[in-house]
Design a protein around this ligand. Structure first.
Ligand code: FMN
Length: 210
């Protein structure tokens, strides 16, 4: 059993290691169903106001990807009836690249609700991040991909989305063909402000913690 300090360091390392590896750079071998299940179990630990579970993940095994590819191609044709065969083919291929593909779906809920769409999206985002970090921890590469097809009627139909549901993104996982340097991150100061007697100031005020 590692020391507590080692756990903390491992956690921070995993968070820092996660980076987008685009689906075209994700190859086999694919993770086992047990591992996939482990990531999805991690997703269930996301904060979720009201315990509404306002998200779901739709898994597309390799033999079902063609359906998704066809929906992507139909989505392109929906918004661009003049799309060429080559463009439709490329749209179709987007569904075939990563060894593991899940579509994340959020339920925005009724218009009048205490836990609104922003909170529901955050719950879904936290669940997705838990899943990504769990896959990263096991050494897998991953990427989220989205695009206009997410809102298409072709995809809505395939996923049997309810009226208040929306597909957010695809979660792609596989073996990273190559890792690049992790991209530059914003500084703590870039994303933080502290309330002071003089109003908001940028960064984390060190003397004002409770
Ligand atoms: C909801 C969502 C959808 C995304 N869709 C795409 C996408 O369609 N194509 C893409 O290249 N990256 C997509 N990304 C990944 C971001 O581009 C990526 O996270 C960002 O560039 C930072 O890189 P990093 O993940 O390596 O930190 C998406 C990210 C999120 C959160």
């Amino acid at each position: 059993m590692p020391e507590h300090r080692e756990w903390v360091e491992a956690l921070h390392q995993i968070v820092r290691q996660r980076q987008t590896i685009l689906p075209k750079r994700l190859v086999g071998p694919a993770p086992s169903p047990e591992e996939l299940s482990e990531w999805l179990e991690a997703a269930t630990h996301a904060p979720d106001h009201g315990r509404l579970r306002p998200f779901r993940f739709i898994f597309f095994p390799p033999q079902q990807r063609d359906k998704l590819g066809q929906a992507f191609a139909r989505a392109l044709r929906e918004r661009d009836p003049s799309a060429s065969e080559a463009q439709l083919q490329r749209a179709h291929e987007k569904a075939l690249r990563a060894p593991v593909l899940l579509v994340a779906v959020v339920d925005a809920g009724p218009a009048e609700t205490e836990v609104g769409v922003h909170e529901r999206l955050i719950a879904a985002g936290c669940a997705i991040q838990n899943l990504l970090l769990s896959a990263t921890a096991r050494g897998w590469g991953s990427a989220l991909t989205s695009g206009k097809a997410m809102s298409s009627s072709a995809l809505r139909e395939l996923l049997a989305l309810g009226p208040s549901e929306q597909a957010i993104c695809c979660i792609n996982v596989g073996t990273a063909q190559q890792h690049r340097a992790v991209g530059e991150r914003p500084s703590v100061r870039d994303i933080t402000q502290t309330m002071t007697d003089a109003g908001l100031v940028d960064g984390l005020g060190r003397s004002n913690t409770a």
